[in-house]
Write a new protein. Structure first.
Length: 695
């Protein structure tokens, strides 16, 4: 299903941010500049409507609680996505063809759907505006249609949801001042549109006795992976394995999941950012660079791996601060974003958020991983459990994960796309580098969490069946690990663990089989992704890393361009027309200054003639009839400098060559003439004032 929202008046969704000190209250828009309505605002409005139904006796308190859920104990009966402009995917596809050009800059795109309004406050005693009360707000133009995807988890609430949606008539701020009037309706998808999502691309025949299933998670909306401390203003920069394990548990059902996990045979790794389809791993904390060292012209950065003790006595070093690296040593980083929200008072007669905790109101912000990124990880399972997982995941429909997934966050595309056989290969060596790919929990002999090298050594010696293992040059960083048990509704104990990116050197005089550490996890709670390690041979002391490859702004020409690109080209045409007229009049400044005594009269005369004449030719003929020679010559020089037809042809040709695309001009020849001279007269009036100021 989807919710369709038509704006019957202008709308301001209030992002909580300003823009360049020019706009005091801005709308919410995405990285392309396309405005949208956050799902949390939509759900809040629907909730208010349902609350009114409850007060009228149309909905019981129990039904209301089941429909919208209870914080921390009961899920909502439906999930919503953000409401995007109708045809959003097609618009984004067209904008991407011109990515990297000024044409599709964020503010240029936003201008096509919005405009600014100013307002002030009146002092009722004096009847004049209050001092410093002038405010500028940006609003989305009325008539635009938005669509939000709606997933109904409990089908029995469809009629109730449909009624609540239809009652919503206002969204956003300044509802009592003419903004935010909408028409909303819940629409069932056509059977042709309701296509089941495919999540599994692995056949059962490809499974072996021990399997490494590769999964990817594409973020269709921002995702919040809250930190262990539960701080909603922060998010992890990866998707923890326990989130994916929870997804599998929900698909399997309680009994089947408990049976599968009782043998401790299933491990789900964390999902880290992907680059070109390959999973990246956390950068080592032992990598350091010279302070303020930049990338060179080739996009390379030379680092020192302090694990090997390089000589850096005469150099000032600093941590490299690399989040993730791929196999080609390209640096990867996760994009995150912050969104601002509010909760209205429990007393609904107060129509706005106050931020007063006593009345249940608050302002808060949420940090999330930005949409459009792909994360990857692995599921380790034997044949039987792998078959169970594949069957369960196949039946999943729309998938949402993370915090706030019943509103604007958590919509993902989850796929299991490949499988590899897990097999051990003997690699007898004396020295190796062990990198912690995920946070690791270690317990000492007393059953207490301890993240020291002595405890680590005991774990490794037991795994490798040796007694002379040495841990050299440890670069260990520690983190706090906790969690929440949904079944018991209690927090898990907070313990200290080794943080991902930590690294140590392993050495054994008798040697050890490094193959035993491949596809192996160390420590506790490994099923949730903790304890993932990677073992490599010692490398060079110096490491070269590379900037991620940037996509160029090249685009392909389309025979028929879309409406949004045509709008942007027309807006660019109008801007260039204004700029060229300003430039030409500025270049004619000396001529205008010489005739300063008649300039004001000439401008007034020209303004009257422009209103009366419909084209450039008639305007020239009318100018030739001016009796005053000085005034006639001045008007003649102005219209000669500003020829609308010539300017139009030059600008259109330049835009078509620059963007390699043809477009349909919004204005006809007569309208271009009026636009040009309207701008011309505005500039002349400005020059007249400037001339008077200099005298």
């Amino acid at each position: 299903m989807k919710i369709k929202i038509k704006l019957l008046s202008d709308l301001c969704t209030a992002s909580g941010e300003t823009h360049n000190s020019l706009i005091d209250l801005d709308v919410v828009y995405d990285e392309y500049g396309l405005p949208y309505i956050p799902a949390k605002r939509l759900k809040g409005c629907i909730r208010e409507a349902a609350l009114e139904m409850q007060e009228l006796g149309l909905v019981t308190e129990t039904q209301f609680g089941q429909m919208f859920g209870q914080s921390g104990s009961q899920k909502s009966a439906f999930c919503l996505s953000n409401a995007y402009i109708e045809g959003y995917n097609n618009i984004v596809s067209d904008l991407n063809k011109f990515q990297g050009t000024e044409l599709v800059s964020q503010q240029n795109v936003l201008e096509q759907y919005t405009y600014t309004r100013t307002q002030t406050a009146i002092d009722y005693e004096t009847g004049v505006a209050d001092k410093n009360s002038l405010r500028t707000i940006r609003v989305v133009k009325k008539g635009i249609v938005f669509e939000a995807e709606c997933s109904l988890i409990k089908p029995e609430f469809q009629k109730l949801l449909e009624n609540a949606v239809s009652i919503v008539k206002h969204i956003g701020v300044s509802r009592t001042r003419g903004l935010g009037l909408v028409n909303m309706e819940l629409i069932a998808l056509d059977s042709r549109e309701n296509i089941e999502k495919e999540h599994v691309f692995v056949k059962k025949e490809a499974l072996k006795e021990q399997n490494q299933l590769h999964y990817t998670i594409y973020l269709k909306s921002p995702v919040i992976c809250k930190s262990e401390q539960g701080n909603q203003a922060e998010t992890k920069d990866y998707i923890a394995g326990n989130k994916v394990l929870g997804l599998i548990a929900g698909a399997l059902g309680s009994a089947s999941y408990q049976e599968m996990m009782s043998k401790e045979d299933v491990i789900v790794t964390n999902a880290y950012i992907c680059m070109d389809g390959e999973r990246c791993i956390p950068g080592r904390i032992s990598l350091q660079k010279e302070k303020d060292q930049p990338y060179n012209e080739k996009g390379e950065l030379m680092l020192e791996d302090m694990l090997y003790g390089p000589d850096v006595q005469d150099r000032q070093m600093a941590p490299a601060g690399i989040d993730y690296l791929d196999k080609k040593n390209r640096v990867a980083a996760v994009d995150t974003q912050i969104s601002y929200h509010h909760q209205r008072p429990q007393d609904k007669s107060i129509g706005h958020a106050t931020g007063n905790a006593e009345d249940g109101s608050s302002f808060y912000q949420l940090c999330s991983i930005s949409a459009g990124q792909t994360f990857g990880g692995y599921i380790y399972a034997n044949r039987q459990n792998a078959e169970r997982i594949l069957e369960a995941v196949k039946k999943l429909g729309d998938i949402r994960m993370g915090y706030g997934r019943s509103s604007e966050f958590g919509a993902v595309d989850f796929q299991i796309d490949s499988v590899q056989k897990v097999e051990e290969k003997e690699k007898r060596i004396k020295e190796a580098v062990l990198t912690f790919v995920s946070d690791t929990i270690l317990y000492n002999e007393y059953g207490m969490a301890e993240a020291g090298t002595d405890t680590l050594k005991k774990y490794l010696e037991e795994m490798l069946d040796i007694t002379d293992l040495e841990i050299r040059n440890p670069f260990l960083q520690y983190t706090t690990i906790g969690g929440y048990n949904v079944t018991w509704k209690q927090r898990k104990p907070i313990i200290q663990g080794i943080e991902k990116g930590s690294v140590v050197l392993l050495y054994s005089e008798t040697g050890f089989d490094a193959g035993q550490l491949e596809h192996t996890f160390i420590g506790e709670r490994v099923a949730e992704g903790y304890g993932e390690i990677e073992v490599d041979k010692p490398e060079e002391k110096q490491v070269v890393v590379y900037k991620p490859e940037l996509h160029s702004g090249e685009h392909q020409q389309k025979e028929l361009i879309s409406d949004i690109i045509n709008q942007l080209l027309n807006a660019e045409f109008e801007r260039q027309m204004n700029d060229r007229i300003r430039t030409k009049l500025t270049e004619s400044g000396k001529t205008l200054t010489k005739n300063a005594d008649v300039l004001n009269a000439a401008v007034s005369k020209l303004r009257v003639m422009v209103k009366a004449e419909k084209n450039y030719e008639n305007l020239i003929a009318e100018i030739e009839g001016i009796e005053d020679t000085k005034k006639r010559e001045l008007c003649r020089s102005i219209v000669k400098a500003v020829n609308p037809k010539t300017l139009t042809e030059q600008i259109c040709r330049q835009l078509e060559e620059k963007y390699d695309v043809g477009f349909e001009l919004r204005w006809n020849e007569n309208e271009c003439y009026r636009m040009a001279y309207r701008n011309c007269i505005t500039e002349l009036k400005y020059l007249t004032k400037m001339g008077k100021g200099e005298q």
